[in-house]
Each structure stands twice: as structure tokens, then as C-alpha cells.
Design a binder for this molecule. Structure first.
Ligand SMILES: [Cu+2]
Length: 193
């Protein structure tokens, strides 16, 4: 089972090069609060970008997972598995998408966004530990960081309940792009001559 500490560290890794500035068009901005995601529709068309704003008092992140096609378990079921010590990702039931997570400081917005390319069911979760309000504590951390080397203040916070266990998760579906036809890239249109 991947520890919450490892998830947190990986979440601090910058999103992939495919990400773009969240102020671009086509971004659906989900809002994180204590302890829930607001503003996420039940379904969105492929090609939508997912961004994260934070109107709470603690740091929030958005980890994005695509649920495997053959899996019928809900996001709540999968999260329960995770907290019981089984890792749905290791079991092939979910797959992390793009750079693992967006994260935003209290009152702020994530610098990047995630492109939702494939149809299917998705789960978003926040595994930030309750009480973490200083995003600076995550600075400089990477997937190779030894959990034992975390700053003492952060190590202490890691013992707290992760937001997902307090209800900060959601499930949604990515549908075929509206208008039919093959999915089109969402590159900005060329300016008219
Ligand atoms: Cu959170």
C-alpha cells in the first residue's frame, strides 16, 4: 500500500508538460473547501480541462484517477479499499492521470490544469492531511524524497486524517465530445486572418 506520505510527496511534483495555464479557455475549475470538492458536474465532455481553486483555509490538492472500464466499484468503494490497506492502483482498478495532482494554497488557484482526454469514469481525491495550511511546507519535495527526511512540521501533520477520509473526494464521467465525430485536440484555434 502506498502511504499517505508518499501520495502527498508525489502530489507536490509539478504537473506534466502537457498542462497549461489554468486561465486558458476550456478549464472547468473545481473548488476545494474543508472538506469537499464543489462545482464538479456529474459528466463533462472529453477535451475539458480540470482546474482547482481553493476557497478554504487549508491546502487542497486534486489527484485525478481514471477508473478501469471493467470496474464497477464507486469512488467511495475504491477509497474505502485504500484506507483499509489495499491499493486500487496497484490492483489495476484505477490509473493516475497526468501529473498526479494539482494543488492550491488557501485562497489561491492551482497553476496547472488536467486535460480529460479519455471517456470513462474518474475519481478525484485530496489526501492533504487535516491542518496543513502552509503550502510552503511542500516546496522542494519530489517523488524521490525519503519520507524520513520530511521537515518535522510536515511529518507531524502527516499523522492527521487525510481530507479524503473527511469527504473530500468525488466521481464523475467523461463523455464523448459534443458535436460527434472523432475527438479533436483542444489546441487554441488559429486566429482568423
Ligand atoms: Cu483537501
Amino acid at each position: 500500500m502506498a502511504s499517505a506520505a508518499l501520495f502527498l510527496i508525489v502530489s507536490a511534483t509539478p504537473a506534466s508538460a502537457q498542462s497549461v495555464d489554468a486561465t486558458e479557455d476550456h478549464v472547468l475549475t473545481v473548488t476545494g473547501v474543508e472538506y469537499a470538492f464543489h462545482g464538479l458536474p456529474d459528466s463533462v465532455p472529453a477535451g475539458t480541462r480540470l482546474g482547482l481553486a481553493n476557497t478554504g483555509a487549508e491546502v487542497h490538492e486534486l489527484q485525478l484517477y481514471r477508473i478501469a472500464d471493467e470496474v464497477t466499484a464507486t469512488a467511495a468503494d475504491l477509497l474505502a479499499m485504500y484506507f483499509e490497506g489495499q491499493d486500487p492502483e496497484a490492483a489495476g482498478m484505477v490509473e493516475s492521470v497526468e501529473g498526479w495532482a494539482l494543488y492550491a494554497p488557501p485562497g489561491g488557484i492551482a497553476e496547472d490544469s488536467f486535460l480529460l482526454e479519455r471517456e470513462g469514469r474518474y475519481a478525484i481525491i485530496c489526501l492533504i492531511p487535516q491542518g496543513l495550511a502552509d503550502i510552503g511546507l511542500l516546496a522542494g519535495l519530489g517523488p524521490d524524497t525519503d519520507p524520513a527526511q520530511l521537515p518535522p512540521e510536515l511529518q507531524a501533520l502527516m499523522a492527521n486524517t487525510p481530507h479524503a477520509a473527511l469527504g473530500m473526494f468525488a466521481e464523475f464521467t467523461v463523455t464523448a465530445q459534443t458535436g460527434g465525430g472523432a475527438p479533436q485536440p483542444v489546441e487554441p484555434a488559429e486566429p482568423a486572418a
